[in-house]
Design a protein around this ligand. Structure first.
Ligand code: OAD
Length: 254
């Protein structure tokens, strides 16, 4: 393990444009469950609850589920994995974090260039006029019995700002992600099962463009075989150790 961490440190120090790709496993140590891990959400709920069709057909049930998740995410604090990625960015060693997470914990840890390809839980949007409403306001509406939440301007139903299954990824975010992937020379993939597209295609794109790949995940992924280093490990401790190693090397270089 130490040797593998040492290799990751060397790769980050040698890189010119390293980026990270993260998934739900980066936030489990903050108390937010993932989807497909041993205690994953899709073991307790039918994944159809996360589809756009379910939202359209059962808005009450969808919003009850969504607001419980939103409350959990608002309560959660960034963990050492989020902090390590933010510090690596501040050191100039990571240029962007592309995340499938909607919890905003990368921003709260201090990462700046975060691309949220599955949207964010922080705002809801009107399905008719597009007006955005902060999730805190939606929670207050629900407490007052205004449920499912409706737009204050036009009265149409609000949809959460997260991307649902069978919904397209926002084009702008996806294009930003592609630009980062096309120009990266190292992709550090953390806490994702790499089973959902288009995110799961990004490591392949990076590899085809000549970048090195590091995968840090508790379980194996379908792309371990194309990774330069695949670590079956916890995100928090591993990234904290990687950060310490990078800092030591950078001091030694100075
Ligand atoms: P998954 O739940 O599919 O994968 C999370 C991975 O993280 C699993 O392989 C876990 O073993 C691993 N893991 C859990 N805790 C970890 C830890 N502390 N350290 C390291 N690894 C850990 O989550 P995603 O890949 O993010 O989409 O799922 C992708 C998308 O599917 C989500 O964005 C969501 C979901 O359905 C939508 O809702 C559109």
């Amino acid at each position: 393990m130490d040797e593998a961490i040492g290799r990751v440190v060397e790769m980050i120090v040698a890189s010119r444009r390293a980026i990270a790709l993260t998934g739900a496993g980066v936030s489990t140590e903050s108390g937010i469950p993932d989807f497909r891990g041993p205690k994953g959400l899709w073991k307790r709920f039918d994944p159809s609850i996360g589809t756009i069709d379910f939202f359209r057909e059962h808005p009450d049930e969808f919003w009850r589920f969504q607001l419980e998740r939103a409350k959990e995410m608002l309560r959660a604090q960034p963990n050492s994995a989020h902090h390590a990625l933010a510090e690596l960015e501040a050191l100039g060693k990571i240029k962007a974090v592309i995340t499938q997470n909607v919890d905003g914990l990368h921003f709260r840890a201090g990462s700046r260039n975060v691309i949220e390809i599955h949207g964010s839980v922080r705002v809801a949007r009107c399905t008719a006029c597009g007006r955005s409403t902060p999730i805190e306001d939606v929670l207050i509406m629900a407490e007052r019995g205004l449920f499912p939440p409706k737009c204050r301007d036009c009265g149409h139903i609000l949809k959460s700002g997260t991307v649902l299954f069978n919904e397209p990824i926002p084009v702008e975010e996806l294009e930003k992600a592609y630009r980062e992937v096309e120009s990266c020379d190292l992709m550090i993939i953390v806490g994702t099962s790499l089973q959902v597209y288009p995110a799961a295609h990004l490591p392949v794109m990076a590899k085809q463009g000549g970048a090195k790949l590091v995968i840090i995940n508790m379980e194996s992924t379908p792309f371990d075989n194309i990774a330069d280093v695949a670590l079956r490990a916890k995100a928090g401790d591993t990234l904290a150790a990687v950060l310490e190693g990078v800092k030591r090397k950078l001091v030694a270089v100075d």
